[in-house]
Design a protein. Structure first.
Length: 350
């Protein structure tokens, strides 16, 4: 007789998505429910933390219920509760953690704290369907642009991150400058299709410094602002910008951002003598980035594992990394707290 495959419930509320998923220990996703707050934040051009927390309070229980219903899982079938505890917006993280603690207490099952960034990389492992470690990992999202050396599924060493804006944030801000809708990543990508990526040569930070595995996107963002609004920037109405000019700026900006990301991945692979690259996070959905990474993997001969589009932007299914953590004994007591900022550490220490 084969034993039933254990299931866990994962909860994700680190930013502006309220998400829950049921995933079994073979990494089969039985349900993945994401309630996006995009409509709520759109008119502000970015996430408003207090609004996000309040929306999580309203949505968390219906989202969990829906994840259990879709997966036909009852509460007593759950072997563990996984929850993202860092990094993220402190108020938002607390809503997910409170729900997770309550369930773990009532069901008397293990509580597993998950790092949101590591979960983004684990989406690549889930997609590959086999071990992908050791590897270099790039996480590119609205809040982070991080390079890791990943020795194993829960041994992530941060090699470098951005010293100012995250790349997703740069996409969002440049989109706003061009009068394109939030979130900026998808808007820039579609505007860029009609644009000339060579019309403007925007700066590419630290590209020649192979030792420096860090990013900076604020200079690129400012260069775009000068191109659009003049130097010093004058008041302008983005709605009056010429459509071809918008497309050309979008394409040239996207090309510069992608160029920097691909170059730093190549430098990290060489520095750590790794042969596999994992790429996750919202910006990993960008088609030009995916195309350029594929090309680099062919010319440099490394193995590329891109997170599937369904697991690039925030979701709870990628918290399946919790199975690895549970098996390694990384569970938490009920007094565990959230950590809003990025924790710089070598080995996993919950
Ligand atoms: O991972 P994610 O959903 O949330 C965070 O953890 O931040 O990433 C959201 C970010 C946003 O900045 C959004 O503009 C960007 O990912 N993004 C994209 C694309 N789709 C989403 N950026 C570039 N191209 C895309 N296709
Ligand atoms: Zn994310």
């Amino acid at each position: 007789m084969t034993l039933p495959c254990r299931r866990l419930l994962a909860i994700e509320t680190s930013c502006d998505e309220t998400a829950a998923a049921v995933v079994d220990e073979r990494l089969c996703v039985h349900s993945s429910v994401v309630s996006s707050q995009m409509g709520l934040h759109q008119r502000f051009g970015g996430v408003v933390p207090e609004l996000a927390s309040r929306a999580h309070v309203e949505r968390i229980l219906p989202v969990i219920d829906e994840a259990l219903r879709q997966s036909q899982t009852s509460l007593d079938q759950l072997a563990a509760i996984a929850v993202v505890t860092h990094p993220g917006l402190v108020g938002s993280l607390l809503i997910g953690l409170t729900a997770a603690k309550t369930l773990a207490l009532v069901l008397d099952c293990p509580l597993i704290p998950v790092d949101h960034i590591e979960a983004h990389l684990y989406a690549c492992r889930m997609h590959a369907g086999r071990d992908v470690f050791p590897a270099i990992g790039l996480v590119v999202s609205g809040g982070h642009s991080n390079l890791y050396d990943c020795a194993g599924p829960h041994e992530f060493e941060l090699l470098g991150s951005t010293i100012d804006d995250a790349v997703g944030e740069a996409f969002d801000k440049v989109a706003a400058m061009l009068g394109l809708p939030y979130p900026g990543g998808p808007s820039i990508q579609s505007a860029a299709v009609r644009g000339d990526s060579k019309r403007f040569r925007f700066p590419r930070s630290f590209q020649k410094d192979a030792e420096r595995l860090e990013f900076s996107f604020s200079g690129l963002k400012t260069a775009v602002l000068y191109e659009v609004a003049g130097k010093p920037p004058a008041q302008y109405d983005p709605k009056l910008l010429d459509a071809q000019f918008v497309a050309d700026v979008a394409a040239s900006f996207q090309e510069a951002a992608v160029d920097v990301l691909v170059t730093k991945c190549r430098q990290a692979l060489a520095a750590r003598a790794r042969h596999t690259l994992l790429v996750g996070g919202g910006v990993a959905a960008n088609s030009r980035l995916r195309e350029q990474l594929e090309q680099a993997s062919r010319s440099d001969r490394f193995h590329l594992v891109l997170a599937p589009l369904s697991l690039c932007t925030d979701n709870a299914a990628m918290s399946a990394i919790a199975w690895e953590l549970l098996n390694a004994g990384h569970t938490a007591d009920l007094d565990v707290d959230v950590t809003a900022g990025l924790v710089r550490r070598k080995k996993h220490s919950p």
